[in-house]
Design a protein around this ligand. Structure first.
Ligand SMILES: Nc1ncnc2c1ncn2[C@@H]1O[C@H](COP(=O)(O)OP(=O)(O)OP(=O)(O)O)[C@@H](O)[C@H]1O
Ligand SMILES: [Mg+2]
Length: 153
């Protein structure tokens, strides 16, 4: 098996422009199974923009993304998740005024008119328990941020 066959992800010619700036200017990035990469560059170099393109948050003006040999059209984080791409953000991306459950629901695929909050809470609690986190599904984000600051100080 040659290297080409093992390519998990290929981003080719990715260009993303914001008003007055080209954040990514024809960027190529490829990843093989099992590899860990670091994107290294000064502030404003375009690292987060490239990863946000991969996470479906930004749609590139040019370029293509191929995952396991298939061209993909990533138009939302949910699209990316379906292709096994998860993102941990540098900056806080939750809605402060909503609860933990409500934030999770925002990221779920549409489940019709009725959403069973209790079952979502149960799933959050199970994951928290598995990874030994203390998470109150009913807490509002601003409350938990307040708590973590208090714990840190
Ligand atoms: N949503 C946006 N609207 C307008 N300009 C943006 C937006 N996001 C990023 N930019 C601009 O695009 C360029 C690249 O920003 P980006 O955040 O990708 O850089 P970075 O390499 O992640 O920087 P840092 O090391 O500071 O995290 C910067 O000039 C930034 O100001
Ligand atoms: Mg960044």
């Amino acid at each position: 098996m040659d290297g080409q066959e093992q390519l998990m992800l290929v981003m080719t010619n990715i260009t993303k422009r914001f008003p007055g700036i080209v954040a990514n200017d024809h960027v190529d990035f490829a990843l093989r199974k099992g590899e860990i990469h670091t994107l290294l560059g000064e502030n404003g170099a375009g690292k987060s923009t490239l990863m946000n393109v991969l996470d479906g948050i930004y749609y590139p003006d040019e370029g293509e993304i191929v995952i396991e040999g298939k061209r993909v059209d990533l138009r939302s984080p949910l699209d990316s998740l379906k292709h096994g791409i998860g993102m941990i953000h540098q900056h806080f991306m939750l809605v402060d005024s909503l609860s933990v459950i409500e934030n999770v629901i925002l990221g779920l695929e549409s489940q019709g008119f009725y959403i069973d909050k209790k079952s979502v809470a149960g799933r959050i609690e199970a994951i928290a328990k598995k990874y030994n986190f203390r998470v109150d599904p009913y807490a509002r984000i601003w409350q938990s941020r307040h708590c973590s600051r208090a714990l840190a100080s």
